[in-house]
Design a protein around this ligand. Structure first.
Ligand code: AHG
Ligand code: MN
Ligand code: MN
Length: 330
């Protein structure tokens, strides 16, 4: 079970204080609560109470607001986290209660990823990223949160799919846990996940084809050509929830691309809440994540909500896509 696994892993590191383990447990508890609400979403819709006000005249929280609040609450009382940044919050949150203000860690998250898929019963997720603070003491500062992804000490996601899974890494490989709803526990179901180096799936919003750079258009054409030796044409799979698209490709192999386009020159996905944590998982599983030019985890962030193009997944496929983008590079 997840708790036992976290404790066992921690005991392998003699100097670990247990703070990171506590944080991971707190995040997994918030995830169970989000899982419960996600599974009721259809019923709530049927009863018509997802509109803006309920019988008390209060605003009914949308699921992404609900998820945001659950995570904020869990981390604020955890005592192990001095600062939080969320995709749903404009500014970062300083956790300055007595037990937390000297805590060592900061946590960043996308509380509900793929939220446009909630109402149509398609997989969604939660993504989280944990860093050690860089300031020595006192209230958390912006610089504690603006660290490059290579500095993450742990990252992961929860996918609310045909089953709910938590997949995370503390820098020693990637493990996946499936929630057994009958006992309310995450159980180790996918130990030591490795992503295949090559596979036959590419994932991109191809509706944007005409807005893409020529090199990327050529890569997409390459994916569609017939070639028995490489198994082309590849299959195109695109759910529209980054977590779900990433998870499928992590297990089966494949490349996910959210590129720069003439519409979104910086891409769409957020570096701190989406790209860094999944890039960390990809690398820990033997995969690769780049902007098409540079490693995602090496980007020095300038602002909390900055975006980046991303090419992520099977190492060989990401390299191949990069070769199309940068034809003069070696
Ligand atoms: P979020 O729901 O957190 O705002 O993220 C949505 C993202 C991501 O999950 C997905 O990969 C992407 O939006 C899909 O965007 P397009 O509809 O532009 O393809
Ligand atoms: Mn998202
Ligand atoms: Mn989101």
């Amino acid at each position: 079970m997840l708790d036992e696994f976290i404790i066992k892993r921690q005991s392998e590191f003699p100097f670990a204080s247990g703070d990171l383990s506590k944080l991971l447990r707190d995040i997994s508890l918030a995830a169970k609560i989000i899982h419960r609400e996600v599974n009721k979403a259809g019923l709530v819709d049927i009863l018509g109470v997802t509109d803006n006000t309920n019988v008390h005249g209060e605003t009914v929280k949308k699921l992404d607001e609900f998820a945001n609040t659950q995570l904020l609450n869990a981390l604020q009382v955890s005592g192990k986290c001095c600062g939080i940044a969320s995709e749903e919050e404009e500014d970062f949150v300083v956790v300055d209660n007595e037990v937390s203000k000297e805590a060592k860690y900061v946590v960043l998250f996308d509380p509900l990823d793929g939220s446009s898929n909630i109402d149509v019963n398609v997989s969604i997720g939660t993504i989280f990223s944990i860093y050690r603070r860089v300031s020595e003491s006192g209230p958390c500062r912006l610089s504690d949160l603006l660290q490059k992804g290579a500095k993450q000490v742990a990252a992961g996601y929860i996918i609310y799919g045909s089953s709910t899974m938590m997949v995370y890494s503390t820098g020693h490989g990637v493990n996946g846990f499936t929630l057994d709803p009958s006992i309310g526990e995450f159980c180790l179901s996918h130990p030591n996940i490795r992503i295949p180096e090559f596979a036959k799936t590419y994932s991109i919003n191809q509706g944007q084809f005409l807005l893409l750079a020529d090199g990327l258009k050529q890569y997409i054409n390459y994916c569609q050509e017939t070639d028995a030796a490489t198994g082309r044409p590849y299959s195109m799979r695109y759910i529209g929830s980054f977590v779900a698209d990433f998870h499928r490709n992590l297990i089966n192999g494949g490349i996910f691309i959210y590129p720069a386009s003439t519409k979104n020159p910086e891409g769409k996905l957020r570096l701190l809440y989406e790209c860094n944590p999944l890039a960390y998982i990809a690398e820990q599983a033997g995969g690769k994540a780049t902007t098409g030019q540079e490693r995602i985890l090496d980007i020095e962030p300038l602002t909390l909500h900055q975006r980046t193009p991303i090419y992520i997944g099977s190492a060989g496929m990401v390299q191949q896509a990069e070769a199309f983008l940068n034809p003069t590079a070696e």
